[in-house]
Design a protein. Structure first.
Length: 128
């Protein structure tokens, strides 16, 4: 519940296994889905992806790094105020909404910048 990194079941398992060596991954999955069914946590992402679990039940949105997978909460009154298009009624009944913003996190941007500088330096040395 306190995790801010939106862990998947494997990450929860690895963390808990240190305290409970006999814990099985199956038990973690079953427990997370029970908590989801009870409304204590929610899942993020497409069902085709590994499910990530969310303990923050306040209305919020997500930034997802397309390079490293970092998932961070953010809050936006402007996004909360967006009106759901009427055309969605043709698909089904909307129960809740949230926005997933995808991009590159600051850490990855920094690493890319370092790599570019390193590549330039290597090219300059090879020309000499």
């Amino acid at each position: 519940m306190r995790a801010k990194d939106h862990p998947d079941a494997e990450k929860v398992f690895k963390k808990l296994r240190k305290q409970m060596p006999t814990l099985s991954l199956d038990t973690v999955y079953r427990t997370l889905w029970v908590l989801n069914d009870l409304g204590v946590i929610t899942t993020l992402g497409s069902s085709r992806e590994r499910a990530r679990f969310e303990g923050n039940l306040e209305h919020h949105h997500h930034f997802i790094c397309t390079r490293c997978g970092l998932t961070s909460d953010f809050y936006s009154d402007e996004l909360n105020a967006l009106r759901v298009p009427d055309s969605l009624t043709e698909i089904g009944d909307v129960e809740q909404t949230h926005v997933e913003v995808r991009g590159t996190c600051k850490k990855c941007l920094k690493n890319v910048s370092k790599q570019i500088r390193s590549d330039k330096s290597t090219k300059q040395r090879s020309r000499k």
